[in-house]
Design a protein around this ligand. Sequence first.
Ligand code: NDP
Length: 401
Amino acid sequence: MGKKALIIGCGGVASVAIHKCCQNSDAFSEICIASRTVSKCDALKAKLEGTTKTKITTAQIDADDVPALTALIEREAPDVVLNLALPYQDLHIMDACLAAKVPYVDTANYEPEDTAHFEYKWQWAYDERYQAAGITALLGSGFDPGVTGVFTAYALKHWFDTIEYIDILDCNAGDHGYPFATNFNPEINIREVSAKGSYWEDGHWVETEPMAIHRVYNFPEIGNKDMYLLHHEEIESLAKNVPGVRRIRFFMTFGESYLTHLRCLEDVGMTSIEPIDFEGQKIVPLQFLKAVLPDPSTLGARTKGKTNIGCIFQGHKDGKPVTKYLYNVCDHEACYKEVGSQAVAYTTGVPAMIGAMLVMDGTWKCPGVHNIEEFDPDPFMDALNRWGLPWQVSDHPDLVE
Ligand code: NDP
């Protein structure tokens, strides 16, 4: 029997997740789309109604207003809340889920709005309260974090006794024709890529200057691309959840035009999150920049090319060394044809739908606050193949120096 999800946010990622819920009406018999700008929810409802058996309702909500959000959750009585707003809202939505005793799923970890710094400690601190309330919180059900954690759990379950090295490689070879634009929320994206890099080695963090570590990698179905080491949130949870892991790194590809523009914007202060006075008004330069950049939701129609995101694992099984590369290749134009969005939103929205489904139907039930690699990966891996993100395995991949 189908169940009901309350989806918060109606941006690029949410739009894909909502299309996928509507394709999967057997699981999602009903969804309520609630966001700050209700007209976006209504427009999506109007687009999808008549194409799906899923019943769609909408609501206006400021998710930072915890009493109002709690009242909405209690009124709608969903089986799961899927948070696809921004990382700033995570704790408020977790508070409301706790008060209403409804399971919680998100795709990105909490980040305070006034400090460009993300880590899991704030969300992990809810663990005992979620256990006591008997509800599950699933953190990070996008692609990275998300599928990368599921890939790790799957590799550990089926192929390795121990994994010593993990390299997560995120390649977007899509071309949207603009000299500079970001593929998801520009504010979140630029905060992420302009931060210092870091990786986990032998039990501690090693910090680097932004973009200081550069490699070229020959991605399957794409070819050679420049990639740079970034700090990324799943490194923190994988370091905790993969016993004996010695090193975890995360690399993302960037083109020369993107990096040149980013450096220039940084040099003139446009990526700063410190408010400045402008003609008697306080403005945050990065938020102003977001307002003048192309809206990521408009990139789909013009983006061509593929993404390839995956993990290279090195470890041992029965005393013998083993290497595996698990990855997904996704085509921007095929995504646009199917759901009207480019592949970056698609590769996040599909796993968000899958995570919400598994928590909602009780396949993944474990009261407390958990990262995705703590659950049985098999049902998620099957669902990836079924719902548009088929995965591939290579036993002899090129390794990253
Ligand atoms: P968008 O900016 O496109 O959408 C955000 C949505 O949240 C908008 O609809 C916005 O409303 C709504 N929103 C913002 N603040 C509030 C609030 N206070 N109350 C209610 N609704 C609010 O972002 P994306 O879709 O690109 O990203 C969504 C999430 O996905 C982010 O957390 C991002 O970090 C994460 N992400 C995760 C990835 C992964 O692989 N794990 C990859 C890419 C993104 P409004 O329309 O009014 O602005």
